[in-house]
Design a protein around this ligand. Structure first.
Ligand code: COA
Ligand code: AMP
Length: 630
């Protein structure tokens, strides 16, 4: 079948098409229909079905005779460990941890925060929650304790499951003190914590609150799968918005199962039994969808990789893993390839390995620049597939549908929308634009199964952030255009979200931190282009009148504050002290203009600018940091 036929089949009968895809899932009670549209613009999918995520990801494969197949391959160059966990073993591990949770009173609907490094137990923890209908919220290890505290207060978890430490190439990150500090800071206190002790750094347990992972599961009977409704949340994943308060993206069970399963063959072109590897982290949406759930739902083997593309130990690590574990489809962020290319421009490490098992490379998370795509395609000799999606959608919106048909690649475009997504480009007033015209990328409602139905405890914010600006559409926050062939081209974000090394971050959150510095009167943070990480944050601060301390000292303190409050992953290092910020006459800071100056791209001075002289002052200050880059 051709892509056009599949997309057309969905268009002509969306409900029937999705019900057909739902047959791939084992339901306890099959839903009566796909879309539940009684309360537009709020939509649900498969609401009256009954189903269990863990059963579909684990147990059913054991029952179907896949028990001895590897479900997870763990490869950790940073600890020099490798392991292979079969579906049968995974079932045991998950049922036992679920039993430990259930015996401590965790039931359907309770939230559990998961704060784990890249070890198989992270997946075990996620699956154990879904086994008993608890809602997990995984927090990325590179966030500081304040970010963890914010999520604890929003999700109000009954318990936290955490590792004792994470391993970064240059240091061991003690998770437990970060967790303790977060619980101290949070107003909501979890009832208990289950701690997975790693031999690299064990943690002190708080008596009466913390319990050792193994001890907890040894004392409880394994738990069975609990059937939940199709619209029951399977997880909440926090992502950056425009303010310091992250958005809790809700994922509903039924649509999640159906949509993710469908993508494994149609997008990633793998069959059950094939090894699939997404080199990301369970703390991000890519890790949720394509390290944990989708490959397991589909009966694939997933690789849990604990390391970096370079330096653990060399830029050949990815190729070693692909060869050693027979990886068919590989998914990572372009930034990882830029890091490898910088260290191994000739691809010498690639040539050392037999990569004949690899069929395609998939890139997402940030813009795939043509240089990187061309380099990867030439050195690896496989198709390089850029695809576009977001935490909110949970699965690709636009891609080259490799399992349906390989469409001609246009480098720089992630290709075409998948069934379920009716993509449009609108101007500021909501008028639809012709092909080739740049505007806001929106998706006509309803969004398909597997995408966010709402934000956790924040329906108003959900409507305000995504639905209100363009009634009848979901606003993606990205700008771009669709060309004459129906290919999408992504140009920029329309909000203050930036993308640093494939990690989504909020400049608004960083501004909130800088504004708390006692000597800072006013500030702005922008994302500037960076060759390796795509973007880097840069702060501009105006000092309070009368402050006569050394600017260097204040700048150092600003960087430390952002690292301390948001975390090392913010990669915040650059701060410029300026006398004034450029603004419109109504007082709006001209961040876009500042970005253009820093990136050295042409721009039109906004007609509403208050004092154009400030533009030159900003440009002079940027030169002191070497911006714009040559
Ligand atoms: N726990 C604790 N700290 C972490 C962390 C984690 N899980 N992940 C990153 N950090 C720290 C890093 O150690 C680094 O600390 P430092 O400032 O002390 O050096 C900081 O956060 C910034 O990390 P990062 O921006 O990732 O830079 P890096 O130099 O460690 O690695 C890349 C650069 C490009 C190799 C790396 O970012 C990468 O592989 N990115 C892939 C992106 C990805 O998986 N995206 C998900 C969507 S597909
Ligand atoms: P996240 O929610 O972390 O996955 O980030 C989603 C955002 O990353 C999108 O809204 C885009 O701005 C950006 N992004 C993701 N994939 C791509 C891509 N293939 N091309 C360009 N930008 C992308």
């Amino acid at each position: 079948m051709a892509y056009r036929d599949v997309y057309g089949a969905w268009q002509s009968d969306p409900d029937g098409w999705w019900m057909e895809q739902a047959d791939a899932i084992d339901w306890v009670r099959k839903p009566s229909k796909a879309l539940f549209d009684d309360h537009p613009p709020m939509y649900e999918w498969f609401s009256d079905g009954l189903v269990n995520t863990c059963y579909n990801a684990v147990d059913r494969h054991v029952e179907a005779g896949r028990g001895q197949q590897a479900a997870i391959i763990y490869d950790s160059p940073v600890t020099d460990n490798k392991a292979r966990i079969t579906y049968a073993e995974l079932q045991q591990k998950v049922a036992r941890l679920a039993g430990a949770l259930a015996s401590r009173g965790v039931t359907k609907g309770d939230r559990i925060i998961v704060y784990m490094p890249m070890v198989p137990e992270a997946l075990v923890a996620m699956l154990a929650c879904t086994r008993i209908g608890a809602i997990h919220s995984v927090v990325f290890g590179g966030f500081a304790s304040h970010e963890l505290a914010t999520r604890i207060d929003d999700a109000r978890p009954k318990a936290v499951i955490a590792g004792s430490c994470g391993i970064e190439p240059a240091r061991t990150v003690a998770y437990k003190p970060l967790l303790d500090a977060a619980i101290d800071e949070a107003h909501h206190k979890p009832e208990f914590c289950i701690i997975f002790q790693r031999e690299q750094l064990t943690a002190d347990l708080v008596p009466g609150r913390d319990v050792d992972w193994h001890e907890a599961q040894d004392k409880a009977p394994p738990a069975d799968c609990v059937a939940v409704e199709g619209n029951h949340p399977v997880y909440v994943l926090y992502t950056s918005g425009t303010t310091g308060q992250p958005k809790g993206v809700v994922r509903a069970t039924g649509g999640h199962l159906v949509a993710l399963y469908w993508t494994m063959k149609n997008v990633y072109d793998v069959d059950p039994g094939d090894v699939f590897w997404a080199a990301s982290d369970v703390g991000w949406v890519v890790g949720h969808s394509y390290i944990c759930y989708a490959p397991l739902l589909h009966g694939n083997t997933t690789v849990v990789f604990e390391g970096k593309p370079v330096g653990t130990p060399d830029p050949g690590t990815f190729w070693r893993v692909i060869e050693e574990h027979n990886v068919r489809s590989f998914f990572t962020a372009p930034t990882a390839f830029r890091a490898i290319k910088r260290e191994d421009p000739e691809g010498e490490y690639i040539r050392k390995h037999d990569l004949s098992c690899l069929r395609a490379l998939y890139l997402a998370g940030e813009r795939a620049d043509p240089d990187t795509v061309n380099w990867a395609a030439e050195k690896l000799g496989v198709p390089v597939i850029d695809h576009w999606w977001q935490t909110e959608t949970g699965w690709p919106v636009v891609t080259n549908p490799m399992g349906i048909e390989k469409l001609p690649v246009k480098i720089g475009s992630p290709t075409v929308p998948l069934p379920g997504y009716d993509l449009r480009i609108l101007d500021h007033d909501g008028n639809e634009l012709e092909p080739g015209h740049l505007g806001s990328i929106v998706i006509k409602l309803p969004l398909p199964p597997g995408t966010l139905p709402t934000l956790w405890n924040a329906e108003d914010r959900f409507r305000k952030s995504y639905l209100d600006h363009f009634p009848g559409y979901y606003e993606t926050g990205d700008a771009g255009y669709i060309d004459e062939d129906g290919y999408l081209w992504i140009m920029a974000r329309t909000d203050d979200v930036i993308n640093v090394a494939g990690h989504r971050l909020s400049t608004g959150a960083m501004e909130e931190v800088l504004a708390d510095h006692p000597d800072v009167a006013e500030c702005a943070v922008i994302g500037v282009a960076d060759e390796l990480k795509g973007q880097l944050p840069m702060g501009f601060i105006c000092l309070t009148k009368g402050v006569d301390r050394s600017h260097d000292e204040i700048v150092t303190e600003c960087a430390a504050m952002v690292r301390d409050r948001i975390g090392p992953v913010a990669a915040y290092r650059m701060t410029l002290v300026v006398d004034r910020l450029p603004k419109t006459r109504s007082g709006k800071i001209l961040r876009r203009t500042m970005i253009s100056i820093a990136d050295g791209v042409e721009f039109k001075l906004p007609a509403t600018i208050d004092d154009p002289a400030i533009i030159d002052e900003i440009a002079d200050r940027l030169k002191t940091l070497g911006y714009p880059r040559a």
